[in-house]
Design a binder for this molecule. Structure first.
Ligand code: CA
Length: 224
């Protein structure tokens, strides 16, 4: 497993590199956003650990450009900020998870493992529900044969719904499965993402598929 670490603080970068190497990962480092983006686009990495505050190009721009160029490599964002708005900005730009600095190394390793495990599970057969179709290999989604463009997080959320149709999914379950941990007071992030997803999946359709279960969570089903 090969990991790219993009971090301009050389001490932090080498600390992460050494630690991940002890966990048997192969690690390369980049010290600015431009070089990080170039390496990320060249591919060959199973995961990118990306700092937000970077010289030449910030982390949010790097992840947006990676996704715009159809790179599906999982991205773990390192952020010094922990307000809900900044986390939402990071996740909606296309990163898969985030970690607030300063962090314990064990926490970083846990997130890295979870992201790698999830991207392995992604390799699988196409899933269908009603006129929705999802390809876990290419991360493409269609409704009534019309392709729908989703961010990495919206895709993860829809895949979780489609793997568990006709079941009420609580906000806690969604947080744990799609983000791998609970947000505690940040559960409104779930609502924000479900609304993004609904706009893309249901807004122009006659039949709505994602329904709110008031006070509990959400369900993917055919009728209200
Ligand atoms: Ca930095």
């Amino acid at each position: 497993m090969k990991i790219l670490v993009v971090e301009d603080e050389k001490k932090v970068a080498s600390f992460i590199k050494r630690g991940l190497e002890e966990e048997q990962y192969e690690v390369e480092t980049s010290f600015d956003g431009e070089e990080g983006l170039k390496k990320g686009l060249e591919g060959g990495y199973d995961l990118i650990v990306l700092d937000v505050m970077l010289p030449k190009k910030d982390g949010l721009t790097v992840v947006k450009e990676l996704r715009a160029k159809k790179s599906a490599t999982p991205v773990l964002m390192l952020t010094a900020k922990d307000s809900v708005e900044d986390i939402v900005a990071g996740l909606s730009s296309g990163s898969d998870d985030y970690l607030t600095k300063p962090f314990a190394f064990a926490e970083l390793v846990a997130r890295v493992r979870a992201l790698l495990r999830r991207s392995e599970q992604d390799r699988g057969a196409e899933i269908r529900f009603n006129d929705l179709r999802l390809d876990p290999v290419s991360h493409k989604v269609w409704r009534s044969d019309k392709e729908i463009d989703l961010t990495a997080k919206e895709y993860g959320l829809l895949e979780y719904f489609m793997r568990n149709p006709n079941q009420v999914l609580t906000r806690t379950m969604i947080a744990e499965h799609v983000w791998d941990y609970t947000f505690d007071s940040f559960t409104n992030i779930i609502d924000v993402y479900v609304n993004y997803l609904r706009k893309k999946i249901d807004r122009e359709a006659d039949k709505k598929l994602i329904h709110t279960v008031r006070g509990v969570g959400y369900i993917l089903k055919e009728e209200d």
